[in-house]
Design a protein around this ligand. Structure first.
Ligand SMILES: Cc1ncc(COP(=O)(O)O)c(C=O)c1O
Length: 406
């Protein structure tokens, strides 16, 4: 998700605008900032680009998720249904508001299996949080229907899917709220940053206050602001917002290159009949930041990953099943409820339960899946070379196993 690959004069210009004024904070200093309001401008650009009514920038995607949950009144004792495959930030945010992450199986969409979601609903369930992993999306119609039937909040963790769409709507704008991350390796980067998008004025106004110590932002004098509730400091700086402003203007370029490069690599891998590809509920909406592919068995996938590693061609391809950050099998800190400060008994007990839980359907998917990150900088020759080397490594493993079986 390589916004950083297209760093250039546009980003430098926006950052320099801020450096010229020396006002690095997004609020106040009205005279000294000489008309520069980068965070405000970026929020407006986000609303225009993604079609959400409101956008609240934050200091990170993790802060955006935490803010969204607080603003949606998700808190102590509430259960949030989320997938076994995601980045650790998704459950960190749930725990940070005192709620309980309820992990459920993923299917070949690489995110929530709607049937598993239904089976996990209890009287304490308050929110369903699909994570649109690796540039593509969850089955949003199915999840929305479940939310409507059970009166649940739908919160999209769209941190990894900036620019993806589902049936014409931008990912992150379909649920009650949605979040993006603008960290250094996302499709649009601010260096660090994030956003909550929502169509609810009430939710937005809560996000606005929550990210700035509960300030009501009603008047021009910051010192005279009221604090209708307790908030935190999850503010983005003007410098970070300035980078994002230059990046968001390049989004269409990023997406069209990603789509072209992903299609080219997919075409080459399609030569191998044993390879299948991730299920994409709305193929036209894939942001194509990754190409996720499957082999028929876990053993074959393991062997191919090892072969690619040995040949020095694994860089940029991720075997999430064995990755510390993304899949439940490696989340020992979560499963042992290791936190620095005390948590409620409910949260600790729920987390420790994961130590003995198995997620066979998720394992069956994730143990066969490799995701190859799509670069904006690849030339057609490099894609051809990369694809051919991958195909050769995969064929080598397949033929050796065929020989073993014969
Ligand atoms: C799915 C997902 N959610 C949340 C986050 C958190 O974003 P950040 O790194 O900006 O805190 C990430 C970051 O990688 C992510 O991939």
């Amino acid at each position: 998700m390589p916004g950083f690959e297209f760093w250039g004069d546009e980003e430098r210009k926006e950052v320099n605008d801020v450096l010229e004024t020396g006002i690095l904070m997004r609020y106040g200093f009205d005279g000294a900032r000489k008309g520069q309001w980068k965070a405000l401008e970026l929020e407006q650009a986000i609303c225009n680009t993604f079609g959400s009514k409101y956008a609240q920038l934050t200091s990170s995607g993790t802060a955006a998720l935490t803010t969204a949950m607080a603003a949606l009144n998700i808190g102590a004792g509430d259960e949030v249904i989320m997938p076994t495959f995601t980045f650790v930030a998704s459950f960190e945010a749930v725990i940070s508001v005192g709620a309980i992450p309820v992990l459920v199986d993923v299917d070949e969409t690489l995110t929530l299996n709607p049937e598993a979601v239904k089976a996990a609903i209890t009287p304490k369930t308050r929110c369903i949080m699909p994570v649109h992993m690796c540039g593509s999306m969850a089955d949003m119609d199915a999840l929305k229907a479940i939310c409507e039937a059970h009166d649940l909040i739908l919160l999209e963790d769209a941190c990894q899917s900036i620019g993806g769409t589902y049936k014409g709507k931008m990912l992150g704008t379909i649920g009650h709220a949605g979040t993006f991350s603008f960290d250094f390796v996302k499709t649009i980067t601010c260096g660090e940053g994030g956003v909550v998008m929502t169509n609810s004025e009430e939710v937005y106004s809560k996000c606005d206050g929550y990210t700035d110590h509960g300030h009501d932002h009603k008047g021009a004098d910051r010192g005279a602001d009221l604090h209708p509730f307790i908030g935190y400091n999850f503010r983005i700086s003007e410098l970070h917002a300035a980078v994002g402003l230059a990046q968001i203007r390049k989004l269409d370029t990023f997406l069209s290159i990603q789509r072209k490069n992903q299609a080219a690599l997919k075409h080459i891998l399609s030569q191998v009949p044993e390879i299948t590809f991730r299920k994409v509920p709305d193929p036209a909406g894939d942001s194509c930041s990754f190409l996720s592919w499957f082999l028929p068995t876990a053993d074959l996938t393991n062997a191919v990953v090892e072969e690619m590693r040995q040949q020095g061609i694994l860089a940029g391809s991720f075997y999430w099943f064995k990755n510390n950050w993304h899949y439940i099998t490696r989340w020992d800190h979560l499963k042992n409820a290791v936190t620095l400060n005390g948590q409620s008994k409910e949260v600790t007990t729920a987390l420790k339960d994961y130590a003995s839980k198995v997620f066979e359907p998720s394992d069956a998917v994730m143990s066969r899946c490799v995701s190859t990150a799509v670069s904006l900088l690849w030339t057609p020759e490099q894609i051809q070379d990369k694809g051919e080397k991958m195909v050769a490594a995969i064929r080598k493993v397949l033929s050796s196993t065929h020989e073993l079986v014969a």
